[in-house]
Design a protein around this ligand. Sequence first.
Ligand code: ZN
Length: 243
Amino acid sequence: MTIRHDRDALIIVDQQLDFQPGGALAVPEGDVIVEGINRIAGLFTEVVLTQDHHPPGHVSFASSYAHRAPFTAVTLDELRGGGVELSESAAFSLDDLRAYLEEARGNQQMLWPDHCVIGGDGESLDPRLDVSRATHIARKGYRPHADSYSAFRENDGITTGLAECLMAKGIERVFVVGLAGDYCVLYTATDAADSGLEVIYLEDLTRFVGSPAGSRERAMEELAELGITIGTSGDLPVGSGRR
Ligand SMILES: [Zn+2]
């Protein structure tokens, strides 16, 4: 597979400390892919880094709700039935939540431990990541009442402008890697395809949350259904040196 410098971009998703082993929302083996990502980054002229970037009291934090545990979901139906109560730390109202869930994928929000809090250590990019090739840093999920898995569209459908930015530069194909393969890398890939970009999902350079059970398998099915190419870094001319 040949990399076309004026047409291809690499998108490195959320390679941040909170998603590494020991972090607040650790992805198993999230650290072992850094070396491989560094190895291929030198092949690309356009390298996008994304960062989960949440204010305290964010809608995706279980701690923003009363009686809610991480790795469960809050749904629009529950909210309409009066079954959702916010905690004192919530930085959004129930009206904000209702408006968000009406637009959100599946009319629900998965709840997570507090992670990637703006200004916190866990939000930092992994210091082992070679950021010297980065041409664009896209931060996402910074509105208190809206989460964003994808680098292209927040979960309520609001664009981040990344597709327009890449296309304005002549990019036609994106390679996606990083964390996590069943959430942010998945939705970055599917939204890139939906934006009209050709997408290659490099399966060996991602790792998975694996919650709820079967999320990895469902991610692979969704990619296949959309005709997204699932490849590996071994398909790339790694070792040809930096430009
Ligand atoms: Zn997040």
